[in-house]
Design a protein. Structure first.
Length: 245
């Protein structure tokens, strides 16, 4: 066991860990506690968003032996950000890192889209092998060990799938985030792509006119539609009445 053991407590609210471990006098903890809205008057909990913190830590090569996500994942609003949180935790873990997850048991026992089998498979695809499960009457608890991610398996967990039916279910689930779509168009010049990017950022449907070599003729091409449906209809009407250049 490395000494001291570096531990990241996410969503700590207050400082929950001391520098010593009861029953393990030879283990010393170096604790980093973070929270979006800490309530610790001692100032030991840093006010920071985990996603920002993890990206900066990865860029700086900072790693932790243990990451704790206790009653955190279920408060992340987007299912894809829950998957992203687990991936970032993997990124900032040491090669022999551990992950502790605590969830309300109902997130797995009463969800339409998630159960213990599914979350175990999701974790394994990210690179977390579940070594131990320690459920209570109200909580689901997992002890995970860092392994190599299975990238090709992650595609299976980008869309929600029903695992149980019936009424009175909750909608908790974890999804892997999709890769961001490119706004560039193959075969176009750099200047053309930059101009297209400005149009996409503006969110307005525009029409571009490409001059032909023959004088007095023109070819009008439509860029992919963006903006509201009313904007797109007005743009189409303007294109139909536009005089040749």
């Amino acid at each position: 066991i490395p000494q001291p053991v570096s531990l990241l407590d996410v969503g700590a609210i207050v400082q929950r860990f001391s520098s010593t471990v009861p029953g393990a006098d030879d283990v010393t903890l170096h604790v980093k506690s973070i929270d979006l809205n800490p309530q610790d008057s001692s100032g030991q909990v840093e006010k920071v968003d985990f996603f920002d913190f993890a990206v900066q830590a990865a860029e700086q090569g900072l790693t932790f032996n243990v990451v704790v996500l206790s009653l955190v994942l279920n408060f992340v609003p987007l299912a894809s950000n829950r998957g992203k949180m687990l991936s970032l935790a993997h990124d900032i873990s040491s090669p022999s890192g551990m992950l502790f997850i605590v969830l309300p048991r109902a997130c797995l026992s009463n969800s339409r889209y998630c159960d213990e089998v599914l979350i175990t498979n999701i974790l394994l695809s990210i690179g977390w092998a579940v070594d131990k499960k320690a459920p209570t009457s109200k909580l689901a608890r997992f002890v995970c060990r860092k392994v190599e991610p299975i990238q090709e398996k992650q595609d299976e967990f980008m869309t929600r799938k029903s695992v149980r039916g019936g009424s009175g279910r909750n909608n908790f689930l974890i999804l892997m985030p999709r890769a961001a779509k490119s706004t560039s168009y193959p075969g176009r010049t750099k200047a053309h792509q930059e101009a297209q990017g400005k149009l996409l950022n503006a969110g307005v449907c525009k029409y571009q006119t490409d001059r032909l070599h023959k004088k007095g003729t023109a070819r009008t091409t439509e860029t992919p539609p963006h903006g509201s449906s009313n904007q797109r209809r007005r743009a189409r009407r303007r294109a139909k009445t536009r005089a040749p250049i």
